[in-house]
Design a protein around this ligand. Sequence first.
Ligand SMILES: [Zn+2]
Length: 315
Amino acid sequence: MIIKYRNKPAKIAGYEALLKRLPAHHTKRGLIQEKLNGARAGIGGEERLDQLLESFDPSYPYLLLQDVELPGKCQIDLLVITPSQIVLLEVKNMAGRLRFTENPSALHQLTPAGETKGYKSPVVQIETAEMKVAKLLKLIDYPLRIQSAIVVAYPSQIVESVPLGTKVWSADEVLLQLNRLQMAAPSISIDQMKMLGDHFLSIQEHYNPFPLAPKFNISLEEIESGVFCPRCLLKKMDRLVRKWECKSCYLLSSDAHFEALDEWFMLYKPTITTAECQEFLDLPDRDAAKRLLKRMGLEERGGRRHRQYVKLMKN
Ligand SMILES: [Zn+2]
């Protein structure tokens, strides 16, 4: 049974927003596009694993948690709970040749374009996750064994020099490998399994990647303001009475500013004032900004003169 489903990473929406609002010639576009491609490939690999696991039907009871974020920045692509052990899977979706190196540990990717790129070692990542999960289990006195594997999402990824003792599975063999798991005598009951799943969900720590612009050293002035048309995407909309109009495709919208304000929160900061809103949405006056903000369902903080509107992140 799946007790936690995967969310599309917020970062993808953030990178998309950043690219949408950066001028075409901006020097950081390449870097952001690369980050966006990596994030999209990552979620693509994880979704492929999810699809393959739809026919998971092992002989033992199990719970699946997709994309959990445990305390201590411990993100796990797939966590499997069984009565005798926990399995952690880290999914990699990177095209080309992947070579593991040791001393120091890293992952080198030779891209199909012939470029070599270095990444943090997924071996270190997954072993650190094992250690952190072991610590969490000890705290609640759950005597479960933990094992882990790195999953390569597509057969076109060629993997070399896998360190001894590290399991690297292709996504296609994950079902088989999980089905084959040696089940020792159960250490916990089904009820305890459920309690453990609930416990992991209750202690999740959501890593907030926002705001993104400061992370790339991009200032407010470098980014285009305004409300973009949701249909033709590129053109900015004009504010009429109670609605927005695209001069290019003539779309009328009453809520196109929702997306723009979301982008503000993803890119700049979790708060906005009426003055900032007026400038960012290219509104004619402060009152128009105030009316829009009031209807956004944001939390209001501060007195009348220093009021800030805050977007609260949902878990
Ligand atoms: Zn349009």
